[in-house]
Design a protein around this ligand. Sequence first.
Ligand SMILES: C[S@@+](CC[C@H](N)C(=O)[O-])C[C@H]1O[C@@H](n2cnc3c(N)ncnc32)[C@H](O)[C@@H]1O
Length: 244
Amino acid sequence: MVEQNGRRVAGTSTGYADIRKNPLYEVSRTAFGLGVVLGIFLGSLALVRLKNFHLYIVFLCLFHFLEYYITARYNPTKVNVDSFLLNNGVEYIACHTLAILETLIEYVYAPGFKTGRDSRVASVVVVLGYVFILGGQAARSWAMVTASSSFSHVLEKERREDHILVKHGIYRWLRHPSYFGFFWWALGTQMVLLNPVSFVLFAIVLWRFFSARIASEESYLIEFFGNDYVRYRNGVPVRIPFIK
Ligand SMILES: C[S@@+](CC[C@H](N)C(=O)[O-])C[C@H]1O[C@@H](n2cnc3c(N)ncnc32)[C@H](O)[C@@H]1O
């Protein structure tokens, strides 16, 4: 934290964003685009039957906006246009495209099922889905704020000077809170959409991804922090099923 015009500003304590990696026209265009899509889907909510689909798009826009915003605010030296995570790999785009297709196709053939009005079980799944989305987003954002300059969207393979082992805040209860948040957030999106096929697909793709990612991330963290990290790893769970 540093003082700026009498205000405590968290982000600037670690330096300034590199303007060359954050072309203003591109950042403003992307943020504007996300805002427009969010506005259209939120604004038309009252007019449509498929409300959960509209809310899914709203939460998707909010997620991508927050990825950039929190990085810019709390980790400014690492922020760049990719921090929106809109280019989050082919699998990510394919999964969301399939999820949208599944929603629309099933809506055509089983509109009652898709709107969740057919059964009590469906209503419970949808409510639980919103809990996962909100809880997952909160965990991810909180992790990014807590870890600040130790957080990076790209896996660090060499230790930087300002990289400290984070064990406080949400990291006290969860070893990989941003992955935990993303995992449950993404499953929550498929629950509110009542997408059985995409739910299974998301679970498999995300589990495989995070299982491999955590294994390689932890081998670097042990290299960086030695026994401190081993002790931390032994005491704090991940809370993604079947990942120790
Ligand atoms: C995308 S961030 C994810 C952080 C963490 N895995 C999580 O889910 O909140 C990846 C970077 O965070 C760093 N990292 C992960 N856990 C850390 C911790 N407890 N303290 C400091 N850095 C950590 C890794 O070195 C990696 O470069």
